[in-house]
Design a protein around this ligand. Sequence first.
Ligand SMILES: [Zn+2]
Length: 340
Amino acid sequence: MASAPVWLEHPSSLRHDTGTHPERAARMQAIERELSSRNWLGFERVQSPEVDRAVLEAVHPSRYVESIERACASGGGFLDMDTVVSADSFEAALHASGGAVQMVELLLDGSAPYAFSAHRPPGHHATQARAMGFCLFNSVAVAARYALDSRGLERVMVLDWDVHHGNGTNDIFHASNQVLFVSIHQSPLYPGTGPAGDVGSEDGRGFTVNLPVPPGSGDRVFCSLVDRVAVPLAREFAPQLLLISAGYDAHHEDPLGECQVTEQGYADMTRSMRRLGEELEAPVGCVLEGGYALEALATSVAATLTALQEPDAPEPDGSPAPPLVDAALERLSEWWPALR
Ligand SMILES: [Zn+2]
């Protein structure tokens, strides 16, 4: 039973060759260097399996999966302006999604109290049938879908704190009331989606929560959106599983974003999600997304792992919330009256 927290990884992540692209193998190597110097912070390292094709195809149509397979088998190249694949990228992507699914399995079985699935390529920009933004398969979406379809869960929350909008996850669950998708992202910024007014569609209205923040936003903005918007929403929604699309490109050193989050901010957001998980008796799992300043990425991941395991984390302080918190609560109270 619930022994050590688990770190899911696979060597194929290093063979997804993107050349001089910012989303490169050196990201994983920087994380590995940092964590190995700290004895993996007590996490048990597990090799991720390839994702089961039926589980993958519950999100991505088989013709799309096959198109990625073909593109890689023929040696690779650019799938769009900024998404490049090499011969080994298909295998890497299968393990990236397989790791996220395996993470959910371990969490729901009670085999791990917390887990982090760390692979390349990232996933949150991939839509059902389109690779984009360095992403091929949407691993967090595949894992959430697996939890609902194969494990019988009824409600899953995905918090996406990558600096870019998780447009793929947004679209995949747009009409679903089983996945509460909350994204904090810089606006304006790639991919240009995720305005506050995009709240989902059909039965999913109110279950897509976009929280765009201006360039320059730092720990106070990100943490107060988690503590005062995402957490109260989750208390109403009562998810049975908490997944974090954990990108680290809102860090102040990141070359792609213009936000100012620090390691302390990532630790605080993680603690808030951990506390929420304990309160709701829902396990917490992280899936690596972006993060392109190598040292900042590595130390921020380490801060997340540390915070996942800290008992008796202090409550957030009661300092006044930035105005965009009140605006978000007001907007969301149409679907979530308890937030008023
Ligand atoms: Zn990103």
